[in-house]
Write a protein that binds this ligand. Structure first.
Ligand SMILES: NC(=O)C1=CN([C@@H]2O[C@H](COP(=O)(O)OP(=O)(O)OC[C@H]3O[C@@H](n4cnc5c(N)ncnc54)[C@H](OP(=O)(O)O)[C@@H]3O)[C@@H](O)[C@H]2O)C=CC1
Ligand SMILES: CC(C)(CO)C(=O)C(=O)O
Length: 347
């Protein structure tokens, strides 16, 4: 089968899945979106709008999209399955794929966290499962707004585990840059360092660019990254560089005064002013977050290796409390996460 004839099924199309699926459909790939009924209704009514930071803004008419909320319809067609559900839904999605997809379909996890590909492998007998990593943020329009709009709010290349010749050329299209990588374990741990900020955005309720511009929040992020780097080192894990900076330099750069940070971290701050984090989305929608797969993954290492992780524990407890309250982001100030150290708080 020629590459372009392959059917790509997006398994759980929300923000990332609609963005990836939209770019692939716009490039003429054969795409089916497996969605929940809410998203199915929106896409059938008014189609999908896909835009990005570079100013690309495209609409896809409802009749140009193949959409289904029924896994028994969507999954049997798949040659390639891109899994884009949140981590808590991975096991269920694996069971659906195992029951309804052809054994030859290649499965790619495009999720955050370090063990979603392994979770898929555990539920999928002998199938090819590849890990992936999405570096950018996607902002989805509010529930009920039509057409459903997904906006890529930052930049970066999607990384996919080496293992299927032709997959990169099938998936790499305008707006969705893809590259194969030989060490996805390092990439996923490197991305997880960035994702330690998801919780701070969720707790503060601030847009990512606003939060990162405030040294008080950066100090908390730097402290979490220090704890994570210690736990990773003690576990023999070497995280890859994601987005320009060597992992060991991240805490140092984050601790710089605001003016110097703005100057040196221009790439990190090239974010749409509306972008927050996928964990903020979850709190706002009253859904479980991925805190267990992000901070929790490092806490697992810290426990095994006996490295201290008080800040990661504190942040986790605050997110768990916000999840349980289901009032959305608690809108905390940095001082409510961690008592300020002595000395100047910002510069
Ligand atoms: N959003 C972002 O900017 C980024 C997200 N990521 C990662 O990508 C992954 C996906 O995130 P994101 O796109 O934000 O998540 P979303 O919640 O926006 O999308 C996932 C979608 O899958 C749906 N879903 C869950 N189970 C099923 C099922 N069995 N059948 C059909 N649909 C299903 C969900 O519906 P419902 O909620 O109703 O169950 C939801 O609509 C996460 O791991 C996230 O951390 C990575 C980089 C950036
Ligand atoms: C914001 C971003 C891109 C990095 O933290 C992300 O991965 C998320 O929102 O889940």
């Amino acid at each position: 089968m020629a590459n372009a004839d392959k059917r790509i099924v997006i398994a759980g199309a929300g923000s990332i899945g609609c963005y990836a699926g939209g770019c692939l459909a716009l490039a003429g790939r054969r795409v089916t979106l497996l969605v929940r009924p809410r998203i199915e209704a929106a896409l059938r009514q008014r189609g999908l709008r896909v835009s990005d930071l570079q100013g690309r803004d495209r609409s896809i008419a409802p009749e140009a999209l193949l959409v289904s909320a029924d896994p028994t319809v969507a999954l049997p067609q798949a040659d390639v399955i891109l899994v884009t559900v949140k981590s808590g839904a991975t096991q269920d999605m694996a069971a659906l794929i195992q029951a309804h997809a052809r054994p030859g379909a290649v499965v790619v996890s495009l999720q955050n966290g370090v063990d979603n590909a392994d979770r898929l492998r555990a539920g999928l007998d002998g199938r090819t499962v590849l890990a992936g990593m999405v570096p950018f943020n996607v902002v989805q329009s509010p529930d009920g707004a039509l057409p459903l709009h997904v906006h890529r709010a930052s930049d970066g290349k999607v990384m996919i585990e080496d293992g299927d010749a032709g997959l990169v050329s099938l998936l790499a299209v305008e707006g969705f840059a893809v590259e194969a990588h030989g060490d996805m374990k390092a990439v996923l741990w490197g991305k997880l360092l960035m994702n330690l900020n998801n919780a701070l955005v969720a707790l503060s309720g601030l847009p990512l660019a606003t939060e990162l511009a405030d040294r008080r929040w950066r100090l908390i992020l730097a402290g979490q990254i220090d704890e994570a780097l210690n736990a990773m080192k003690a576990s023999g894990i070497e995280p890859a560089r994601i987005g320009g900076l060597r992992p060991a330099l991240l805490p140092k750069v984050l601790r710089l005064p605001d003016w110097l940070f703005r100057l040196l971290a221009r790439r990190m701050l090239a974010i749409d002013p509306q972008a927050r984090s996928s964990m903020w989305d979850d709190l706002q929608r009253g859904r479980p977050t991925e805190i267990g797969e992000l901070q929790g993954a490092v806490l697992g290492l810290a426990e095994k290796t006996g490295t201290p992780a008080p800040l990661l524990k504190k942040v986790t407890a605050l997110v768990r409390a916000a999840e349980a309250e289901r009032f959305g982001s608690p809108g905390l100030a940095p001082e409510q996460v961690v008592a300020p150290p002595d000395g100047p708080r910002s510069a």
